[in-house]
Design a binder for this molecule. Sequence first.
Ligand SMILES: C[S@@+](CC[C@H](N)C(=O)[O-])C[C@H]1O[C@@H](n2cnc3c(N)ncnc32)[C@H](O)[C@@H]1O
Length: 280
Amino acid sequence: MPDNLPTTTLEEAPVGVNAMIPNSARIMDYLLGGSANFASDRAVADNAFVNWPGDPGGVEGVKVDLHAARDVLGRIVGYLAGECGIRQFLDLASGVPTMGNTHEAARAVAAGCRVVYADNEPSVAAHGQYLLDSDPDTVFLDGDFRNPADILRRASATLDFSQPVGLILFGVLHFVEDDADPGPEQIVAQLLDAVPSGSYLALSHFAKDDTDTALNEMLTEMDKQTGDSVVRRTRSEVERFFDGMDIVPPGVVETELWRPAQGAAGPKPLPMWCGLARKR
Ligand SMILES: C[S@@+](CC[C@H](N)C(=O)[O-])C[C@H]1O[C@@H](n2cnc3c(N)ncnc32)[C@H](O)[C@@H]1O
């Protein structure tokens, strides 16, 4: 392992990464069982989720729920590579490629799929580049999805934008306020403009659920600790991102309800929407 790679000890944080400040990408890596996280990340997760509902509950329950939320990425990418014949993917704000990644799900169906990942958290990008280093058809960019032009330009070294692309925006548009410049709809529009008809957009997005006060308090506390500002949206607000596209059934639904595998477990407490649509 190279010296400058994120590790699980504070002393060995790579240049540009303050291991004392918890970060949502590294917290997610921890909860998914990865090694690109620090003591500060683990402490925040362990404390914030003590009262997470379910059986198991607490931080173990969050781990189960996050794995389930990650599974839907695999189902959507598998559907794209299988039923839709998509052979190239752009996965934005992908997080650390810890488990259940887009290139693995795509290639389980069709060998040779090409994948570009991008994330703007330095430790995520460093870890991603290290993990994917030996794979010529999988590239990890250090990039900000709020600047689609930059990412598209760099991704074009790997992806052929004259052919359909699977655009993956999982767990990320909720970081963009409606009145940001560019706003979430503009970001989506810029990405869709760059890909041909027959391309697909896959989204997952934190759901607005004002009924579950305890859950909301936990998620708000997590945002406070990591400094993230998360915009939770209703189903119809998320559906708007697919305006002008053909939504694939079952539409925008809770993640566990998107074409579940037979015998899959029922609804999970993690409040997330997901959906997939085809560009006309
Ligand atoms: C909740 S994780 C989602 C990871 C993965 N997409 C998934 O759904 O499993 C959010 C990711 O978004 C990344 N992120 C947040 N803002 C970003 C930005 N402006 N540009 C690129 N990545 C960003 C974070 O670093 C983190 O890895």
